[in-house]
Design a protein around this ligand. Structure first.
Ligand code: NAG
Ligand code: NAG
Length: 297
């Protein structure tokens, strides 16, 4: 009932938004389809990654023995990072498929997409989080307006000095504004790698850990393609990227969302948000300073 209504609403919105978008559109540049090996390499359990069409598509496998993961070869300061993923179909309860950027040091910066699987026919949750200077606790959770196991969808992060934007198929689902003026750290000087992995997290992922991974349904398989990276590559030691300020993602139209993008984000907020740390007064009696900007949505 709820699902068919929201799908219907989605198409109405897409039509309206497509028309109004024509004048202003500042969606990130379309990624180019490049094979896995150009930008990425396996991180662990190499034998649980399968390659197709010369590496233009890959599959990650999770079984009762291990999950697996991969990482970018380079480190990046700012840019647009995207991936096409088709999530584990069928009974995926207990599994988590993640796509994230991380500086992996003690006071780390991190930008996370985590897809929490579910029992057959039950909706995935997309959880996002942002760590700055080692501080996280900024979870937001949404349901998606489509079944992410049926087809490939694009998931991407735009990161510049002004904002971090999470996109699902070019629809912004979250922004994290640079709120340095409010005393909040913003990632700007620690290069990050891009990571993805599929693993078992049945102690927390599905209905808070109530639903366990059913290993008899394995192996669990997530599909990936389009391994394009559009970022400023830097060595781990470089404080700033030499080209900072000159790339397309630094330009005016990417420093804030445009009107159509704000409308889309509001639509996601209204229809699909199930958790936002900014409104969780039990957990955070004092609202995090950056939430002031989150509420401006
Ligand atoms: C799984 O399905 C249940 C029941 O529809 C729902 O409450 C839950 O939010 C869904 N997602 C996850 C990851 O638990
Ligand atoms: C893993 O699952 C397979 C198939 O269900 C089973 O035969 C095997 O014993 C399991 N291995 C472990 C370590 O649980």
């Amino acid at each position: 009932m709820r699902r068919s209504y929201t799908v219907h609403m989605f198409w109405i919105c897409v039509c309206v938004l497509t028309i109004t978008d024509l004048a202003t559109g500042a969606a990130p540049k379309k990624p180019v389809a490049v094979p896995f090996g150009r930008n990425y390499m396996p991180t662990w359990a190499f034998d649980h990654i399968k390659y197709f069409n010369g590496g233009s598509e890959i599959q990650l496998l999770l079984d009762n023995y291990t999950g697996t993961g991969f990482q970018s070869k380079g480190h990046y300061l700012f840019g647009h990072f995207s991936m096409h993923i088709k999530m584990v179909p069928g009974d995926s309860a207990g599994t988590v498929t993640a796509f994230y950027l991380s500086s992996q040091n003690s006071e780390h910066d991190e930008i996370d997409f985590e897809f929490l699987g579910n029992r057959t026919g039950q909706p995935y949750i997309l959880q996002t989080n942002v760590f700055t200077g080692g501080k996280g606790d900024r979870e937001q959770r949404i349901y998606l307006w489509f079944d992410p196991t049926k087809a490939y969808h694009s998931y991407s992060v735009l990161w510049n000095m002004y904002q971090i934007v999470f996109f699902v198929d070019d629809i912004p689902i979250r922004t994290f504004k640079n709120s340095k003026d409010l005393g909040v750290k913003f990632p700007f000087n620690q290069p990050m790698k891009i990571y993805s992995s599929l693993w078992n997290a049945d102690d927390w992922a599905t209905r808070g850990g109530l639903e366990k991974t059913d290993w008899s349904k394995g192996p669990f398989v997530a599909h990936y393609k389009n391994f394009h990276i559009d970022g400023c590559e830097s060595s781990v030691n470089a404080k700033f990227c030499a080209t900072q300020g000159k790339q397309w993602w630094d330009q005016k139209e990417y420093q804030d969302l445009d009107a159509a993008q704000w409308r889309r984000l509001r639509w996601v907020r209204k229809k699909f948000t199930i958790y936002n740390y900014c409104t969780d007064r039990k957990r955070f009696p004092t609202m995090a300073p950056e939430c002031k900007r989150d509420r401006d949505v």
